[in-house]
Design a protein around this ligand. Structure first.
Ligand code: SF4
Ligand code: SF4
Length: 376
């Protein structure tokens, strides 16, 4: 298998589910970047991020959920109910509460599996938010220790932080390669690389990512004069790669993304003041909270700033905003972001869609027009 194909294989096949079916320890399913994987590893369990992009499962969930819910909530509920693969294997689900849909989903899923709810503050800088979040992280630590029967020790947590910071370092090497013109790998490949880390064994992911860096740093890709685009907005998760597939098929080069299912997931390291237990817990809590641009917080300034920073670093010609139908957070935020970017001369296309393929033709037409416009 070629080096890039490894990541695609982890995401698109049942390989990881088979490996974990034979593993006799605990597996912890998480639903977004707010869950510090360091704590799960330090408690002796395996983290798997279970964010869903499966349209079929979303349809199945409509037998016990309202139809007018976002695809993420329906798809997740459908997959947990199906209980196959990693969804069946997870011993515990850790569910942050960014929106009403996820809150109610946490309650619903607790009839299938044990669920630990991770409450989020409504603003990162609200009075008491830091203390509140630390208490949430400590409560998660207690749940994990109870699940595995293994205490999170200083040595264990330090090893987990060092391991995930190594993953972050190699990810940044790969990420930097996308600044080249043309970049040596596609935007969809970038999503496969990031999404393989959702479930893969961490040392093995690092080993393959290092080999890929070594290979791509020497590569000379074929010339490509398609416009350079940045993708932001709601997470795009396999198998719903519809938008990115259409953008690249239209001739665009997706050279950066600003999504929690892509670059945002692996970019930030844990920053330590020292190696005391307290400093390590604070570092993993801050790592998942401070740099996030999730629209669940009142203020959307962080996302605009991050988009502008990436747009400059990666020399992008335009931005595509993926808005998930029936998700008020992403839909509302898209207006302000589009306005801010326009003022700075950066065109933005908003695509409001869901996991179904019904709107593919219409999306293709709009994307072709945008790619032509920014390319000119
Ligand atoms: S958009 Fe926010 S809540 Fe949704 S998965 Fe990403 S980080 Fe989590
Ligand atoms: S897409 Fe929006 S509504 Fe759906 S779960 Fe994520 S934040 Fe909630």
């Amino acid at each position: 298998m070629d080096t890039l194909g490894y990541f695609r294989d982890i995401v698109t096949t049942g390989r990881r589910a088979e490996e974990l079916a034979a593993f006799d320890g605990k597996v912890v399913g998480t639903f977004c970047n707010f869950v510090p994987e360091e704590l799960i590893l330090a408690a002796g369990a395996v983290p798997v991020r279970l964010c869903a992009g499966d349209h079929g499962a979303a349809g199945e969930a409509e037998t016990f959920l309202p139809r007018d819910l976002c695809s993420v909530v329906k798809s997740t509920a459908g997959l947990v109910q199906r209980a196959d693969g990693l969804y069946g294997r997870a011993d515990l689900l850790v569910m942050p509460t960014p929106c009403d849909g996820k809150k109610k989903l946490a309650g619903l899923l607790s009839s299938f599996k044990p669920v630990h709810i991770l409450d989020l503050p409504s603003r990162k800088d609200a009075p008491g938010a830091k203390h509140f979040w630390l208490e949430q992280i400590k409560a998660l630590q207690a749940t994990l220790e109870k699940l595995t029967g293994q205490a999170v020790t200083r040595a264990g947590l330090r090893a987990a932080i060092e391991l995930l910071n190594r993953r972050n370092e190699v990810f940044r090497r790969l990420h930097a390669l996308r600044r080249r013109q043309p970049p040596p790998y596609s935007g969809e490949d970038a999503l496969f690389i990031a999404q393989a880390s959702f479930s893969d064994d961490v040392p093995r992911w690092i080993e393959h990512a290092e080999a890929l860096c070594d290979e791509l740093e020497k590569a000379t890709p074929a010339a490509n004069d398609g416009p350079r685009l940045l993708l932001t907005g709601a997470p795009i998760v396999h198998p719903n790669h519809k938008i990115i597939g259409l953008l690249e098929a239209a001739g665009a080069q997706v050279v950066a993304d600003e999504m929690c299912s892509g670059g945002q997931r692996l970019y930030q390291p844990a920053v330590l003041r020292d190696w005391s237990m307290r400093a390590m817990i604070e570092a993993v809590a801050e790592k998942v909270m401070l740099p996030t641009t999730c629209p669940c917080f009142v203020d959307g300034v962080d996302r605009v700033n991050r988009i502008l920073e990436l747009a400059e670093q990666f020399q992008v010609d335009g931005v595509v905003y993926h808005s998930l139908r029936l998700c008020p957070l992403f839909e509302i935020e898209s207006f302000g972001i589009g306005r801010e970017l326009k003022e700075r001369g950066l065109p933005m296309l908003t695509l409001n869609t869901d996991f179904s393929a019904e709107d593919t033709g219409q999306l293709r037409t709009r994307i072709a027009a945008f790619v032509e416009m920014v390319g000119a």
